[in-house]
Design a protein around this ligand. Sequence first.
Ligand code: NPG
Length: 368
Amino acid sequence: MTTLTGVELRRVQMPLVSPFRTSFGVETSRKALLVRAVTTDAEGWGECVAMSSPLYSSEYVDACADVIRRYLVPALATLERLDAVAVGPALAKFRGHRMAKAALEMAVLDAELRARGVPLSRELGAVRTRVPCGVSVGIMDSIDELLDAVAGYLAEGYLRIKLKIEPGWDVAPVAAVRERFGDILLQVDANAAYTLANAHQLARLDPFDLLLIEQPLDEEDVLGHAALARLITTPICLDESITSARAAAAAISLGACRIVNIKPGRVGGYLEARRIHDVCQAHDVPVWCGGMLETGLGRAANVALAALPGFVLPGDTSGSARYYRTDITAPFVVEDGHLTVPTAPGIGVTPDDEALAAVTTDAEWIPV
Ligand code: NPG
């Protein structure tokens, strides 16, 4: 019977190859929290997708570390039998904190699958050996700078471009990219920067034949998205609003979205992510895998998830080089617009000791 021996929380700081600007701020380096779960059978790695400030969602790195240390690890320590499927139910009494829960569940799942010799992709039900890659392009100082960035990504083989938008940076960049690059797969992401009062402005994106507009309105404004869907023709995709399979089912029933972005960290883990995939598939709602500037650890797991059958759109699963000069795992390299799904047990990758040590700013052992 497997039990938990302890958990290591490790903070890393990794410079981004170029600043990444969204409607809520600029990231110049990724300060991430990594989780190493040690069990009586194996050890496994998890990555927490929270940012250092609560700007994308209410979670942030220090809060995640605190809740993991103070509540989540002690709750898992009481389990007589530590299975990844038992993690969610054991942590359910603690409200929210999905990114923290997801990181811990990922580490336990990785350890369990390594012990069983099963790759995460097979455990989740993957049907592909490689996944098509998109890239998310931040807000830039000028249209020329944006066009250069997009040209570079297309030359690297990316199959879909996502433009970050905000009021004042929406129709003009989209029009410029369409005009210059023609019939590419193109979508936009607003990170909740608009209100329903902006519907007229958002409708001006309709002629550009976008795949989707992602999260135009506030995360809690599901009804607003349903109203907006009746005013624009571009399909609405939800990200921040979809926190669980239940939330996905409700948003779909209400007509708030026709497409769903699945980020395992945002929804409490890979097992809930698979449930959202299943709900969406049952409703013929296409899904794609989002990204949170993950290191190679989170990327490995995201690529496994993106290989499930309902992931029919290219995800924000870019190659390591789009983010980091040196990743902490062997780099993921885009070939022919695709990333290869890892085949080794668990998430299929481990950190390189030296690379990890070089970016570690703090490490803490939590015994159980
Ligand atoms: O490729 O990992 C990536 C980044 C994809 O745009 C991306 N992520 O809102 O989806 C998002 C966004 C994000 C980035 C959110 C940074 C939070 C922080």
